[in-house]
Design a protein around this ligand. Structure first.
Ligand code: ZL4
Ligand code: CA
Ligand code: ZN
Length: 393
């Protein structure tokens, strides 16, 4: 009766693990795994589960994590115990190993399980794509793009995206990675710095001194030396506060079209970090649910196997709105879902406005000042076009 039906000849799979959502980084930490529960409950309230293959994903094994991460790091991650009093930055222990235990990457109860479950859902999504059993595979519990081979960083401990892309590379000659989280996708970029089989593209707020992680300048395009096939295969789109749906859409469509033309990927991995939305606790942009979703719509229209990952997103009600709308785009039922949230939605009062698409004024009161002049956006497009002259499929 919701009118949402399974798309014909098209498979969407949904990979999650309810156990993952029960973990806590600490009461005041911005990362709330519970946002995954809120998102899923809204997706189910709209009746979308009947139009997808729903899987409870398993936890990734040690060997699967070791595909990317060093065993020294994994062994330590598997044995560290939660600290009774979390350390803050001013009070960091000098013996802090692998960047574990600071205020960004605290040690909490069940940390290793949480990490292996996130990676398990991403890896299951990649395997469904490789087996051609899914056209789009969704893993909202993944997308933890800052984790390094032997280091935790920015709320990320295990890089589920890198592990999933390594799986895609077993069956696909070239993979395009796109990252619309407000932060730079540094961990994924670095992991594939020396291969021409993965092209990474990150759109992010860039301010080297005042915004994490401080990398991702326009001309950081991979180590340029004769021996490196990966040179020119990292695209960075550094942005300023307040960018709007219209501007972001123009940049995304222009840049991604040109990349696809030159690089000819056979699969696409899209990190859908929802901290690029207006009103995010850590974000700086003016994107609405529609503009964020337009990126997913654009990727779907490329007609290539697609994985959707989660990522950042620190105002849970808006995270749930974005990932619900994006799930509907994957299914192709976006025109059938009502703007008014279903009456029976659990935690309906959490959403403040009762709509899926609140206006900027409803979200923010006063929109953030837009510090992205058209001239700068043109410079970015020009730089990327120049860069792509060095890229060949
Ligand atoms: C918090 O309130 O910019 C952590 C982190 C914990 C609880 C109480 C501790 C108070 C904001 C952030 C001290 C907090 C000090 N608590 C945090 C350089 C920094 C060192 C740590 O979306 N302090 C580091 C990481 C970023 C820094 C962003 C985005 C992940 C993703 C993918 C990661 N780190 C300065 C900040 C709080 C906290 C409040 C915080 N941390 C905001 N930005 C950061 O890309 C998932
Ligand atoms: Ca990004
Ligand atoms: Zn982020």
């Amino acid at each position: 009766e919701s009118g949402i039906t399974r798309p014909k000849g098209y498979n969407v799979s949904f990979h999650c693990n309810p156990e993952m959502e029960k973990h806590h980084f600490g009461v005041t930490h911005p990362m709330k795994p519970w946002r995954l529960t809120l998102s899923k409950s809204l997706i189910y309230s709209y009746g979308m589960s009947f139009a997808m293959d729903n899987y409870v994903s398993r936890a990734a094994t040690y060997e699967e994590l070791a595909d990317f991460h060093s065993t020294d790091y994994l062994d330590f991650l598997g044995t560290v115990l939660p600290e009774p009093v979390p350390r803050d930055v001013e009070n960091q222990n000098p013996d802090l190993k692998f960047n574990l235990g600071g205020s960004d990457c605290p040690l909490f109860e069940g940390l290793y399980d949480y990490c292996s479950m996130s990676a398990g859902s991403a890896l299951d999504a990649a395997r469904k794509i490789c087996a051609k059993q899914s056209d789009i595979a969704i893993a909202w519990g993944g997308g933890l793009h800052h984790a390094k081979k032997a280091e935790a960083s920015g709320f990320c401990y295990i890089n589920d995206i890198v592990i999933a892309i390594l799986e895609l590379l077993r069956h696909h000659p070239r993979v395009l990675y796109i990252d619309i989280d407000v932060h730079h996708g540094d961990g994924v970029e670095e992991a594939f710095f020396s291969t021409d089989r993965v092209m990474t593209v990150s759109f992010h707020k860039y301010d080297p001194n005042n915004f994490f992680p401080g990398t991702g300048a326009l001309d950081d395009n991979g180590p340029k030396n004769e021996q490196n096939p990966g040179a020119h295969h990292a695209v960075n789109v550094p942005l300023n506060d307040g960018i709007t749906d219209e501007q972001y859409d123009m940049l995304f469509n222009t840049i991604i079209s040109r990349i696809v033309e030159k690089f000819r990927p056979s699969a696409v991995a899209l990190q859908c970090g929802a901290d690029s939305l207006a009103g995010d606790r850590l974000g700086r942009f003016n994107l609405q649910v529609q503009g964020h979703g337009a990126c997913v719509e654009f990727c779907k229209r490329m007609n290539l196997p697609l994985i959707l990952f989660g990522g950042g997103g620190y105002t849970p009600r808006n995270v749930a709105r974005a990932w619900t709308y994006e799930t509907s785009i994957a299914i192709g039922c976006q025109d059938k879902i009502s703007d008014v949230l279903p009456q029976h939605t659990p935690w309906r009062d959490q959403f403040r406005q009762e709509t899926l698409f609140p206006t900027l004024e409803q979200i923010l009161g006063e929109p953030r000042q837009n510090k992205n002049p058209p001239k700068r956006l043109q410079e970015i497009v020009n730089h990327v076009s120049e860069q792509l002259r060095f890229v060949q499929a």
